[in-house]
Ligand binder design. Structure first.
Ligand code: ASP
Length: 437
């Protein structure tokens, strides 16, 4: 039952949080590999160490003094060290990092030092060896993550250590320089470590007790999600509902390792379990509902479209030639709509319409702008009749006009397009249809 744990920035923001982390790690002997983020915010107006480091990097490139900002970073770490009463000093490291910033060493290197330093402290505090991610996490020349080399080398290194603390967020390029994942990337490191050591579970410790069935900014007190499949999670996070870096799903998923989102401040909560296949069906039928504004549907109509070979390809080619990817493709017999992100086509609407006329000579082209999409996601939908009807009835009762419907072939979700102004109302209506107060 080997476990890999990742603690996010707010879980390691100060000494008090470090104490909670140590308690969690020490509570189970099989919690053996710990991935750490850089110190995050202690209060809402606080600044994350990663942002302070990047700020130092910018100041230095503008030839401005970094002293004040850098001292703040040093103080944050020294405060943690002294509050934890640790007998250690990071002064040599601080000096090295400052020198690197002043000499314009890459921004990735600078950004990565937040997790590097924090992991040194956590390793000392837990009494675990520190394993540098630069030695076991690798990127290709083109900057893409080298999953197989990482899996092999990291697995070999960690097999030599029963326990370890590994900094999240970064690894190294073929020439040895440091490269980071995108922001929030320590989640990915955690997943990668879990795969490399073949963990039974990947615990991702953060400051919320898992995922919620709907956005709490819109729906009052939404229910937590106890269990969600990787596929459902992907659908919901596409719509912006995530407490977890999207790319972090893949390594764990590949190895079939469940991910448990937990709350460092409420370790008694079970959190959300992300699994490949769920054994249980939700009593709510749906697992969650999420959505996003900012879409445009390009609606193309042509009589006998269905018998015109290559029609769809020609339409999509016009979109592709502008380097835009389409998000959805709901189609009828003589109609085809291509849903794209509004910001992608804002400047080129006229060109696209003209090019479509030339490419497929349609009867009409209409652009539906200001479209919001809502995804109603649930593995239980396959087994439950009438889910779509309930969604549509709920929207009709709330006087929300449906502009588009797209049910994925997986029968895992129903995607509905509505006017942006109805977004909040629609989300509330769907949620309360399935989750009775
Ligand atoms: N510290 C990095 C960030 O702020 C990575 C992470 O926390 O996952 O994005």
């Amino acid at each position: 039952m080997l476990k890999v744990l990742k603690f996010g920035g707010s879980s390691l923001a100060d000494a008090n949080q470090f104490k909670k982390v140590a308690e969690i790690v020490k509570a189970e002997e099989n919690r053996r590999y710990v991935v750490a983020s850089a110190p995050g915010k202690r209060f809402s107006s606080d600044i994350k160490v990663t942002d302070m480091l990047l700020q130092c990097f910018r100041l230095s490139s503008e030839k401005k003094s970094i002293d004040e900002m850098f001292d703040k970073i040093v103080q944050r770490y020294n405060q943690i060290i002294s509050d934890l009463e640790l007998d250690m000093s990071l002064d040599d490291e601080f000096e090295k990092i400052k020198f690197a910033i002043l000499n314009h060493v890459g921004s990735d290197y600078v950004a990565s030092r937040g997790e590097y330093l924090n992991s040194k402290i956590l390793a000392e505090y837990l009494g675990f060896p520190f394993i540098d991610a630069a030695d076991g996490v690798f990127f290709f020349e083109d900057g893409k993550f080298d999953s197989e080399k990482t899996n092999k080398v990291l697995g070999d290194i960690l097999s030599l250590h029963e326990y370890a603390v590994i900094p999240g967020f970064y690894g190294s390029m073929p020439n040895g320089t440091i490269k980071t994942f995108s922001r929030g990337g320590s989640d990915i490191t955690g997943s990668v470590v879990a795969r490399a050591v073949n963990a039974a579970i990947y615990e991702n410790w953060t400051d919320v007790s898992g995922m919620l069935m709907a956005d709490p900014k819109i729906v009052e007190n939404p229910k937590p999600i106890d269990e969600i499949t990787y596929t459902e999670l992907r659908e919901l996070s596409y719509m912006g509902a995530s407490v977890f870096h999207e790319d972090a799903i893949y390594p764990a998923r590949k190895a079939g390792i469940p991910i448990n989102i937990r709350n460092t401040n409420r370790p008694e909560d079970k959190g959300t379990m992300i699994v490949s296949k769920s054994s249980s069906v939700n009593d709510t039928v749906i697992t969650g509902v999420a959505g996003r504004k900012g879409f445009t549907a390009i609606f193309v109509e042509k009589d006998m479209m269905n018998s015109e070979v290559g029609f769809g390809r020609k339409v999509l080619e016009v979109i592709e030639n502008h380097g835009i990817c389409f998000e959805h493709l709901p189609s009828g017999i003589d109609t085809m709509s291509v849903v794209v992100s509004s910001k992608d086509i804002r400047e080129i609407k006229g060109n696209i319409t003209a090019e479509l006329v030339k490419a497929v000579d349609p009867d009409s082209i209409t652009l539906f702008e200001n479209l919001a999409l809502i995804a109603v996601v649930g593995r239980g939908m396959i087994r439950t009749e009438g889910t779509a009807m309930r969604v549509f009835t709920a929207l009709a009762n709330a006087h929300v006009n449906i502009r588009m419907i797209d049910q994925g072939s997986s029968e895992l979700n129903i995607i509905i397009g509505i006017d942006e102004e109805n977004y909040e109302k629609a989300l509330k209506a769907i949620y309360s249809e399935f989750v009775k107060a």
